[in-house]
Design a binder for this molecule. Structure first.
Ligand SMILES: Cc1cc2nc3c(=O)[nH]c(=O)nc-3n(C[C@H](O)[C@H](O)[C@H](O)COP(=O)(O)O)c2cc1C
Ligand code: SF4
Length: 383
């Protein structure tokens, strides 16, 4: 395919329907257009490879295995939005990925090397949030900032900044090469395109798997070598996603719009199968404790709300609840949503709400100091 002009490239991405893979599923072409319209040639591209989600491996695996594809995507984005500077924001713990990117950049011509740099993102869940990433590059502080202005309006060095997940950039590079019709030709049902999943838990081959979007949950299990035991629930979309009942969702199409319609989220592509002999209250307590520990401690509802929610789930998990803990959990989860400078409390509350639904009987049992999983494990096998 001949080199596309910037506007033709953005139009190609819009026609492809590519959605961002960092979690929110925002249309990639629309974001590039918004930055291009503001940039006047002075924009910045921040390729987000922080990958702070504990259950996700896809971004570090992609950067390690296909660093040139990620760089191609970032260069195309820079051309399309009018950016001179490219920042690869890579989790400081993702050493293999960082080394691969560094080697690949060294193989590029001097003008590319001169415009691109790698910034090590500090460990932690919130460091990958877009305003936190910009704040870290600007001031060495990876805490989110109040928005607006959003990074696409005023970001790195006060300039319009395109913050784009590294998988989104790699897919943009493939679409630029092969055209939007190629991407639209992939996928099942109404879903279009491909995506990376990190599949873990009760499967035979945990790891990163590329699937056509619209593949079902059962396809994801098959791609990971099949389930290796009885499974009752699955965590979809990572710690910012939610729990789902496996038997209800076994045929669920994995695709952001289809999942949103069912109140679920593809997020960053995490699929974690929870073995039936693991208590859902216990598993949720671990996730909530982690998320509370990751608050950037700037907004009251996030700091106090998440720690209160984590405390109640811990007491319930330990079968030593205070009277009314379960009722308070329900109330608090509704109260923290939309109350932080960033979406951290929203994601945590969504996870908690999903747990209260999927593990409703288990939570009720724990409020009465009885664990149903240990007392009478569910032994329903998935075909
Ligand atoms: C608490 C929090 C943590 C996040 N961490 C990441 C991350 O590690 N990597 C990432 O690409 N996006 C992360 N995001 C999403 C980014 O804010 C942003 O939406 C994304 O990088 C944009 O890229 P995309 O449009 O290609 O998805 C996070 C968001 C939140 C609220
Ligand atoms: S909502 Fe939480 S994580 Fe987000 S900025 Fe406020 S304190 Fe930090």
């Amino acid at each position: 395919m001949p080199t596309l002009s910037s506007s033709a490239l953005i139009a190609e991405l819009e026609a492809s329907g590519l959605l961002g893979r960092g979690g929110a599923g925002f249309p990639v072409g629309r974001k590039w257009r918004a930055v291009a319209e503001r940039a006047g040639g002075g924009a910045v591209v921040l390729a987000n490879g922080a990958e702070g989600e504990p259950l996700s491996l896809k971004d570090r695996s992609l950067m390690a295995a296909r660093p040139h594809l990620v760089i191609d995507g970032a260069l195309l984005a820079a051309r399309a939005v009018g950016a001179n500077d490219i920042i690869f924001y890579v989790g400081s713990e993702h050493r293999t990925a960082e080394a691969a990117l560094r080697r690949a950049l060294a193989e590029r011509p001097g003008d590319v090397r001169g415009r691109a740099r790698i910034v090590a993102a500090p460990a932690g869940y919130v460091a990958g949030e877009e305003s936190a990433a910009v704040h870290y590059v600007n001031a060495g502080d990876a805490r989110p900032t109040t928005t607006p202005p959003r990074p696409f309006e005023r970001g790195v060095g006060g300039r319009p900044t395109l913050v784009q997940n590294v998988e989104s950039l790699a897919l943009a590079a493939l679409i630029a090469r092969r055209g939007h019709a190629w991407y639209q030709g992939l996928g099942h049902g109404r879903a279009r395109g491909i995506g990376l999943l990190t599949v873990s838990g009760a499967v035979n081959h945990a790891g990163v798997h590329e699937v056509e979007l619209g593949s079902t949950l059962s396809d994801a299990a098959a791609a990971a070598g099949g389930l290796n035991g009885d499974v009752g629930a699955v965590l979809l979309g990572g710690y910012f996603g939610g729990w789902a009942d496996l038997h209800e969702q076994w045929g669920l199409p994995l695709d952001a719009p289809s999942m949103r319609a069912r109140g679920l989220a593809l997020g960053c592509g995490v699929v974690h199968f929870l073995p039936s002999d693991t208590c859902g209250v216990e598993a949720t307590s671990r996730v909530m404790t982690y998320l509370a520990s990751q608050s950037a401690r700037q907004c009251g509802p996030c700091v106090f709300g998440l720690s209160a929610i984590a405390g109640a789930t811990q007491r319930l998990a330990a079968q030593s609840p205070q009277p009314g803990d379960l009722d308070r959990l329900v109330r608090w989860s509704g109260q923290v949503t939309g109350r932080g400078a960033c979406h951290h409390p929203d994601g945590a509350a969504a996870l908690m709400n999903s747990a209260l639904q999927v593990f409703a009987d288990d939570f009720a049992g724990h409020q009465h100091r009885r664990c149903l999983t240990i007392a009478e494990p569910a032994r329903v096998a998935v075909a």
